[in-house]
Structures are given as C-alpha cells and as structure tokens.
Design a binder for this molecule. Structure first.
Ligand code: NDP
Length: 295
C-alpha cells in the first residue's frame, strides 16, 4: 500500500502548533510576531501567494503588513522600504515576493533584508549557516519537505536521497538539510547522465525541476519515498490543471509514499513561512526557540 503524504494535514497541524506558540508569546512576553510581505508589480500568481500568506499569518494570531508597489517602482525605492522595515520593531520577518521586475537586482534586494528578519532563508548569512552550524533560517519549501520526510520515515540516516534540481531555493538547501540528517545525497540536474538509472537508486526521491510529470513510474525504486516539489499548470481543453514534476498515477504504483500535487509540498511551504517568522521573532526577543517548532 502506498501512502499519500497529506501536506494539507501536516500544514494544518503546524499552524495549530504555531498558533499556540504565538498565544504564549503574547501572554508571557507581550509580543506579537509580525510579517511584512512586499509585492512589486501585478503578477497574478504572486498576488494569490501574497493573499494566502497574509490570510494565514493573521489566522495564527500574528500581525501581517502588506506593501504593494507599482511594477515601475525603482530599485532604490524598494531598498528604502526594506531599510524602513529592518528598523521597525513590529516587523520580525520580511518577505519580498519573487520574481521581481527585471530592472531590480534580486540578489541585492534579498541581501538588503536584515538576516535576522529574513524568513526565506535566502540571505547569504542564512545560506552559510545552513551549510555550516545550522543556526540560521531554512528556506521554506525544503524545510516543509524535510518535516514531512522525518514525520513519515523517522530516522533518515544512511538513506540515499536523490534530488533532481539544483536551484538556490529548493535543490541546494534540500541537499544541505538531508546531508545534516546523515543521508547520502546525490544532486541531479539538466546535465546529469543516466538520470533514470540514478533515480532508481533513491530511497528518497525529491523532484524539483519545473517540468510536468517528467519523473516516470519506472524511475522510482519500489518502496521509495517521493517528494514532488513541482507546481506546473497544464492546459486540458479549456481548463488548467496543476500537476507536479512526477507522474503521480504511475509513481503511486511503485513508491512506498508520495506527496500529491496539489496538497503536498505547497501547503507546507506557507506554513513554514509562518514557522520561520515565529522563529525569527523569538530569536530577536532572546527567547529560546523550542524544539517543537521544528518537529
Ligand atoms: P529552477 O528552474 O530554478 O530549477 C530547476 C532545476 O531543474 C535546475 O537545477 C535544472 O537544472 C533542473 N532541470 C531542468 N530540466 C531538467 C531535466 N530535464 N533533467 C534534470 N534536471 C533538470 O526551479 P525551482 O527550483 O525554483 O522550482 C522547481 C519546481 O518547484 C517548479 O515547478 C516550481 O514551480 C516548484 N516550486 C514549488 C514550490 C512549492 O511551494 N511547492 C516552491 C518553489 C518552487 P540546471 O541547473 O542544470 O539548469
């Protein structure tokens, strides 16, 4: 029997834990964590993400601050806003929704956010910490994926993890996290040879490619745990449907467990954003970050 890993249910449980932590922070420390989300431009998908993030932030009892800027906003205006948010005591986390319009340097903007208020884990300091002492903030999508893997499999030590995709926001941080869990990690990408063969050796197969249903059932080892990070919109007649990077129906017949799309990694990504905001708020206030925030 293959287990479908229910990301929605995991995300719901994580939000409940966070809501309890937020209530405790309020009653014991008189603080309310605040997340500022900055959106530049009118990208429809980004607008939906920002709306969902703001809604869920408020639902767990935190403050949400939304800053919507025009598509033509200059880089300097955006950097000035970030300076202002860095200095604002009510703001504990800052997220600049990507992608940014082409005239703005994303690298510069990401690193202008104070690393103490970075909730994406994209700031160079947090990237460095993930790859050294692990004390920083971890990117949301890999963090959510790891939480589901640990909850489903328990100890991951010694398992062979194959990650298809080497982006800075998913593939590379996922590899760093799994290495920390003592997996043997292989990172594959567009130049990898014999990808299918390689995937068939994976106890944990993470697909973060951005190609609809690229990973076939025959690429999956019997009993493997498959994490499908991909979010792809495909056209079927006059309607669009969301699919992952894995051929779900075929992989279901072989895998031990698999995350669906939608309802797998996606919901956990937003829940982990809230998690990172609470974590940063606690660190800024000098409060111990409880283990139950992570597990
Ligand atoms: P990127 O485009 O940044 O990276 C894609 C990676 O896949 C690259 O490393 C690329 O290799 C590799 N790749 C592309 N084609 C192939 C191929 N044919 N064979 C092997 N490897 C290949 O994507 P992201 O990491 O940002 O996102 C990946 C997917 O995850 C997307 O569908 C995205 O929408 C989704 N996503 C989902 C999130 C969620 O919340 N669930 C959050 C973030 C992303 P190379 O480096 O050689 O070019």
């Amino acid at each position: 029997m293959t287990t479908v890993i229910d990301g929605k249910a995991y995300a719901q449980r994580l939000r409940e834990t966070l809501a309890e932590t937020v209530a405790r922070l309020h009653s014991k420390h008189e603080m309310v964590p605040g997340l500022a989300v900055v959106l530049v431009g009118e990208d429809p998908a980004s607008q939906v993400y920002v709306r969902n993030k703001a809604k869920q932030t408020v639902e767990v009892g935190m403050h949400s601050f939304e800053h919507r800027l025009d598509e033509t906003t200059s880089e300097q205006t955006l950097l000035d806003l970030i300076d202002q948010l860095n200095a604002d005591d009510k703001v504990h986390g800052i997220l600049v929704q990507l992608p940014l319009p082409g005239h703005i340097d994303e690298f510069k903007v990401i690193n202008a956010v104070s690393h103490d208020k970075d909730v994406d884990g994209f700031h160079l300091v947090n990237v460095g910490r993930l790859n050294t002492d692990g004390g920083g903030v971890v990117p949301c999508t890999p963090l959510g994926s790891l939480m589901m893997l640990k909850s489903h499999l328990g100890n991951l030590a010694g398992l062979h993890a194959v990650i298809v995709g080497r982006s800075n926001i998913v593939g590379k941080p996922m590899a760093a996290l799994l290495l920390r869990e003592n997996c043997t990690v292989t990172i594959a990408h567009s130049r990898t040879r014999d990808l299918e063969e390689l995937c068939r050796t994976a106890d944990i197969l993470v697909a973060a490619v951005g190609r609809p249903q690229m990973v076939k059932g025959s690429w999956v080892k019997a009993g493997a745990t498959v994490i499908d990070v991909g979010i792809n919109r495909i056209q079927e007649g006059d309607r669009t449907r969301l699919v992952g990077d894995v051929d779900f129906a075929a992989a279901m017949k072989v895998a031990g467990a698999i995350t669906p799309v939608p309802g797998g990694v996606g919901p956990m990504t937003i829940a982990c954003l809230l998690h990172n905001t609470v974590q940063q708020a606690m660190r800024q206030a000098g409060i111990d970050v409880a283990d139950n925030l992570i597990d």
